[in-house]
Design a protein around this ligand. Structure first.
Ligand SMILES: Nc1nc2c(ncn2[C@@H]2O[C@H](COP(=O)(O)OP(=O)(O)OP(=O)(O)O)[C@@H](O)[C@H]2O)c(=O)[nH]1
Length: 365
């Protein structure tokens, strides 16, 4: 029940846009949310006026509700600017009518101008400052008019008055809380997305060079401090230039992607893998002794060798990898030295005929 309500609300908030990373996504959420709140408050007022037997005002409430639905419809159809603009006009009219003509300023309805001001600041972009300032100025002026002219409205008992004030307070607090939450959630999602873009290799989906080297620094430091074994490996596709030249660059990309996925599936979740550059990858295996690392890398080598990667014409592309391995040694103070050792291992594996692994270790365990 709760998740169904949540899903329905999310659907309503997302009216009129699908792209999660759309530039105006925050504003659109707030616009839709404001319309939802507008409709809900309009409905409540409708009930109040109906129960007080005031058909004339009930009619005005119905008009307000109709405007709310039109706003949502604008959003749905993609007329975002119209949806943006109609909301403050409708809200200002609603609050002004309530405060100046019906309930009077003592009701406290005019505090709802705060919501309009918050709306204006969040929903309009820097290039829409003109509209933003107008909405803020009109709201402030009308607020002051209500406050200082103190128009009298319907006779409200002190209980009625308190009730309205509590409702206005709750409505405003809820509005602010949800709007801040919407903005924060979006910010979090965008930050996450940006981090992904900054840390992922676009082609293979693995960590990119920057991320895997940052991991290397951290894992190296942790291993040294905790005196744990750790092994670095560099994996390089054999004769990759030939694959590109023979089957085309697109086929080369396909090979890189498939091999990367296969390699990532061979290692443990606590291991790290990333694209070092071109057809070269780094694997970092924390908490692993050399024998275990050799076994994992041998499994990786074999898995790649046995892969069946086909071009779109059904031709199988033969792929193998050479791997250089190096464990952390107590005498080493920088991770770059371990990487250099692994690179040396890779060079030897290539020179010895490729499709093999080679260990460069200062000490064997
Ligand atoms: N398709 C594709 N090719 C790439 C990419 N990045 C680098 N390459 C190619 O990878 C090839 C690497 O060639 P080399 O460094 O000569 O190495 P190799 O042919 O694999 O030879 P060995 O490493 O000695 O076995 C170059 O032709 C690059 O253009 C990429 O993202 N996609």
């Amino acid at each position: 029940m709760f998740s169904l309500t949540k899903k329905t609300i999310e659907k309503l908030l997302n009216i009129g846009f699908e792209d999660e990373y759309d530039n105006d996504v925050n504003q659109k959420h707030v616009v839709n949310f404001s319309y939802l709140m507008f409709c809900v408050s309009g409905l409540l007022l409708l009930i109040v006026f109906f129960s007080r037997n005031m058909p004339y005002v009930v009619f005005i409430c119905l008009v307000g509700l109709w405007v709310g639905v039109i706003g949502l419809r604008y959003s749905y159809r993609g007329y975002f600017l119209r949806a943006q603009l109609l909301m403050p006009i409708a809200k200002i009219s609603q609050v002004a009518i309530l405060s100046l003509f019906y309930f009077g300023a003592e009701s406290g309805f005019h505090l709802l101008f705060l919501n309009v001001i918050a709306y204006a600041f969040i929903v309009f972009r820097a290039d829409q400052r003109f509209i933003q300032y107008w909405i803020v100025i009109v709201s402030i002026v009308l607020f002051l008019v209500c406050e200082f002219l103190s128009p009298k409205g319907l006779y409200l008992t002190s209980f009625d008055q308190n009730l309205v004030l509590v409702c206005v307070f709750l409505f405003t607090a809820f509005y602010f809380a949800v709007v801040i939450r919407l903005v924060m959630n979006r910010l979090k999602a965008v930050n996450h997305h940006l981090r992904q873009l900054a840390e992922r290799d676009e082609l293979t989906g693995l960590s990119n060079r920057r991320k895997v080297l940052a991991d290397a620094v951290n894992i190296f430091a942790d291993s040294v401090i905790n005196q744990e074994s750790c092994v670095f490996a560099i994996v390089d596709l054999d004769h990759f230039k030939k694959i590109n030249d023979t089957f085309g660059h697109e086929a080369g990309d396909l090979v890189l992607t498939k091999v990367a996925t296969m390699m990532a599936s061979v290692i443990r979740t606590e291991d790290e893998i990333g694209r070092y550059g071109g057809e070269e990858f780094i694997v970092i295996m924390p908490n692993t002794n050399l024998k275990e690392a050799e076994a994992t890398m041998e499994r990786m080598r074999e898995s790649v060798e046995n892969m069946l990667i086909e071009t779109e014409h059904g031709i199988v592309i033969p792929v193998t990898v050479s791997i250089g391995l190096a464990p952390i040694a107590p005498s080493v103070s920088r991770y770059e030295e371990i990487l250099a050792q692994a690179d040396k291992g890779l060079y030897i594996a290539k020179r010895s005929g490729r499709n093999r692994i080679s260990v460069q270790s200062i000490y064997q365990d």
